[in-house]
Design a protein around this ligand. Structure first.
Ligand code: NAP
Length: 263
């Protein structure tokens, strides 16, 4: 089949945009790319040097704000948007909701549940990254900072505590005065997390309340070692109701396709 013929076939089935950058985005793409009744395009922001690539079609990079996203959705004839971005990625979700509402496109928000505190956890809840930095930057404190790369600069004025910083790629931003960097990509197993916290005599773990299994072992390890966790609460993300799992997102997608997509 020539290129034009292929394009025609691809436009005869609904085109689903999965906003990803998460384990759920990868799982969704794997499930949807195996189907012949739709075309799946995953979108990644391009923050990680060598991202795990989802199955199916993939595009990488920001859209250029709300206007850019609106143009992309129209140009690519997207039929449905599934927002499977990280619970802390609030801007892209807001733009996606607004763009879908303006274009009358169905929107499925997938938001994994937050972690909840068990009796043995010692958590200090904070509303944002700055509050976490202000809380832990105490002389002689040894802090495990596992919040990704993008907001590390918020710790750049910290001069008192020592920080073990974990990231996937080497951070380019300004960092706290006393630190060591470990480059690792999850998922992380519990034994290694226990070892890491013990080896560096960690007093505090700073974590976003990301939810999910891939990075939960650091929370378990902190609990087992009696180490307090400074838990950064989630920002507001979806204004529309969302689903909590890949399975539910696929059900919601199928409901939407039955309602909105006719041959
Ligand atoms: P954000 O603050 O909501 O978005 C900032 C900008 O990045 C957006 O306005 C958009 O640029 C672009 N963007 C974000 N997600 C995108 C996607 N999936 N495809 C294309 N462009 C995207 O998001 P963020 O917190 O920077 O997170 C960026 C990405 O990393 C997300 O995809 C998220 O799933 C993933 N991630 C984030 C975290 C976290 O802690 N924030 C953790 C793990 C993974 P334009 O305005 O130019 O369209």
């Amino acid at each position: 089949m020539n290129r034009d013929g292929l394009c025609e076939v691809l436009l005869q089935v609904p085109r689903v945009l999965v906003l990803g950058g998460t384990t759920e985005g990868i799982e969704l793409a794997a499930r949807l790319a195996a189907r012949s009744d739709l075309v799946t395009i995953s979108s990644l922001a391009g923050r990680v040097g060598q991202p795990r690539l989802p199955d199916g079609l993939v595009r990488i990079g920001g859209f250029g704000g709300l206007d850019g996203l609106l143009s992309y959705l129209e140009k690519e004839k997207i039929a449905v948007v599934i927002d499977a971005t990280h619970p802390f990625a609030a801007r892209i979700s807001r733009n996606a909701e607004i763009a879908c509402s303006r274009l009358g496109l169905p929107f499925v928000g997938l938001l994994r549940p937050a972690w909840t505190k068990s009796e043995k956890d010692i958590w200090h809840d904070v509303p944002d990254v700055l509050s976490a930095a202000q809380f832990v930057d105490k002389a002689e404190a040894r802090v495990f900072l596992s919040i990704g790369r993008q907001e590390l600069h918020i710790f750049s004025d910290c001069k008192d505590a020592w920080y073990l910083i974990r990231a996937i790629d080497a951070p380019a931003e300004r960092l706290p005065l006393h630190h060591k960097i470990v480059l690792q990509r999850g998922p992380f197993d519990l034994e290694r997390e226990l070892q890491l916290l013990r080896d560096h005599s960690i007093d505090f773990v700073v974590s976003k309340n990301s939810g999910g299994a891939a990075t939960y072992t650091k929370i378990e390890a902190a609990r087992l070692l009696g180490i307090p966790v400074v838990m950064i609460n989630r920002p507001a993300k979806h204004t529309l109701s969302s689903v909590a799992s890949v399975e539910e997102a696929i059900t919601a997608l199928d409901d939407v396709l039955r309602l909105h997509w006719r041959d």
